[in-house]
Design a protein around this ligand. Structure first.
Ligand code: ACM
Ligand code: ZN
Length: 572
């Protein structure tokens, strides 16, 4: 009888453990995949998260305190469990700890150890029977560690055994960006914050905020109050498809005050995201020309553009007031955005007005700019602009040079789309390669820093499913599926030496919004593609495997559901 009792107890325990194993055991295979996940099945230790599980951190450090609070919020959201914040408690089950970097073995030096940007973001997560220990050299690393713990948490903590593990992690690239175009459509500050939360979940650290377009000026410039007030409003918007010029006749507008921009910068910084603002010039400026027609070659009038495409009306390159205007705008931009990089656009600037404009031609003469038509400029096809080293492209380069000097006086570097290669790169320019990777490769070969954002891999305004009828309308010339995005490798050794490869700062996904007017649609375009892109940004190539990524995705989708964000439920 006694033996039978013992046997049945064993059977029940075994079954419940097996059930727990199968259904609720914590899964450390998250997105982006950490550099190293060491599970040791010989160590039969588990930790179980419970109501009131305590979290210790250094309360004298404001960033650690904030990260502990984030962890509390995320745990509640993911599992329903309330963690208890117990700063300085050595016995707390979850420990958030900053540690000093150690000198490599056998190399004792009195000099302080200088961490690389990747090391600053590195962290470890260790689970033992006592609990979870998160360690990092810098708060940003602790933030990444807390995000990892968040992504591992079981939905049912009562059955969520966390097995022994040691995770060590750090990102591959230091620039991991996402662009949101708020020029074509305006998105509220509330939505921008949600967008930043989603970025942070995926380990992204650069929010490229596209603030001005032909179709709307969205950044308040206090010295030029009409610029945002009048330049932000178009009288009507085209109703798709764009070839049939059919308009809704509804005025559309919106802009961000400087106070709101500062609020976004602060919110982003708390999530270790830098905001890279873009004022796109000298093309894509029709909204500014609407307010200041004297800055155009023809004198206007110019409407805020009601349809999409590349506009031939651009800032006059020969009018000295153009530079005065740009310095006023970039000056205030630098006051509001502390970013080390300021994006000046530079893409899609047709030169037909400049070729005929007496002021532009006089400036070209004054600067002694001549065409070097025999120089082939690397890059993709130059939609709407001239390719090659024309005198007009050199005039654009002259404007870039002036703005570069101006930004440098404020300690900032300039980023431009790859068209800035055409007239000759300015000294410190960072190239954002969008027409494929050729522009990025050409810039890296000139020892310029590069961000890769090639349209065929990184443009998330395009559909993600081959059957267009399954999704809301988008820019529909080609499909950028999750697998296509995942296959992108920004460092091709045959094209770049090791030193040139080091010029590639990172990778960015771009969400243009000609056809994306609502937050739900923006999120649908973004997800789960950002989950795919973030492994290009974070993981080393040898770690990447799309089939394995697909298996890891459902766990992240559970968090999307908890966060209440829309996503595309199919993956191709
Ligand atoms: C771009 O897509 N025109 C940068
Ligand atoms: Zn002109």
């Amino acid at each position: 009888m006694k033996r039978l009792f013992l046997f049945s107890t064993f059977l029940i325990s075994f079954c419940s453990l097996a059930l727990a194993d199968e259904l609720y055991q914590v899964n450390y295979n998250i997105i982006p995949l950490p550099k190293e996940v060491k599970l040791d099945p010989s160590k039969k230790v588990f930790f179980m998260l419970k109501e009131g599980t305590s979290v210790s951190y250094d309360a004298s450090n404001a960033e650690c305190t904030r990260i502990a609070q984030f962890l509390k919020e995320w745990t509640k959201e993911a599992t329903g469990v309330n963690l208890q914040l117990t700063p300085g408690d050595k016995n707390a089950q979850i420990q958030l700890r900053l540690v000093s970097p150690a000198a490599p073995k056998g190399k004792k030096s009195k000099k302080p150890i200088v961490l690389t940007e990747q090391e600053k973001e590195s962290y470890t997560m260790k689970v033992t029977e006592k609990g979870v220990e998160l360690t990092a050299f810098e708060p940003v690393g602790l933030f990444r560690a807390a995000q990892t713990l968040r992504k591992c948490l079981p939905e049912r903590p009562d059955l969520g055994l966390m097995p022994y593990v040691e995770i060590t992690d750090q990102p591959r690239f230091t620039y991991r960006g996402v662009l949101l175009d708020c020029g074509r459509h305006f998105f509220s500050v509330e939505f921008i914050k949600q967008f930043l939360d989603v970025m942070a979940l995926h380990g992204c650290n650069q929010f490229h905020w596209h603030l001005t377009e032909d179709q709307g000026w969205r950044f308040e410039v206090k010295a030029l109050p009409d610029l945002a007030k009048k330049g932000s409003v178009r009288e009507k918007s085209i109703i798709a498809p764009s070839k049939v010029r059919l308009y809704d006749n509804i005025p559309y507008g919106g802009y961000y005050t400087q106070e709101e921009c500062r609020e976004v910068v602060k919110y982003a910084a708390e999530r270790y995201i830098n905001v890279v603002p873009e004022i796109d010039m000298p093309g894509h400026m029709q909204s500014a020309l609407h307010v200041f027609p004297n800055l155009g070659c023809t004198g206007g009038p110019y409407p805020v553009a009601p349809h999409w495409g590349v506009m031939r009306e651009v800032l006059c390159g020969g009018n000295p007031e153009t530079l005065t205007f740009l310095k006023t705008v970039f000056g205030e931009l630098c006051d509001v955005f502390p970013s080390p990089y300021i994006h000046i656009g530079g893409d899609e600037c047709p030169k037909e007005r400049w070729q005929k404009c007496p002021k532009c031609q006089a400036k070209i003469k004054e600067l002694n700019l001549t065409a070097d038509n025999d120089i082939k400029v690397e890059g993709g096809d130059n939609r709407g602009s001239q390719d090659g080293r024309s005198a007009e492209n050199k005039l654009q380069s002259y404007i870039n040079h002036e703005i570069e000097q101006f930004l440098a006086s404020k300690g900032r570097s300039l980023i431009g789309w790859d068209e800035i290669l055409a007239g000759g790169l300015t000294e410190d320019a960072i190239v954002m390669s969008w027409r494929g990777t050729k522009g990025g490769v050409a810039a890296a070969r000139q020892n310029h820093r590069v961000i890769m954002s090639p349209n065929v891999y990184a443009y998330i305004d395009h559909p993600q499913l081959a059957d267009y009828s399954k999704s809301p309308r988008t820019t529909d010339s080609y499909v950028v599926s999750c697998s296509k995005m995942y296959s992108f490798e920004p460092l091709v050794p045959e094209e770049l030496t090791k030193e040139q490869g080091d010029c590639i700062l990172g990778v960015q996904a771009n969400l243009w919004t000609e056809h994306v007017a609502y937050p739900e649609h923006a999120l649908y375009q973004l997800l789960p593609r950002l989950a795919s892109m973030c492994e290009v940004q974070w993981c080393n190539p040898e770690q990447k495997n799309f089939e394995e990524w697909k298996k890891r995705l459902p766990q992240l989708k559970k968090l999307y559901n908890k966060m209440g964000v829309v996503y595309c439920n199919e993956v191709e």
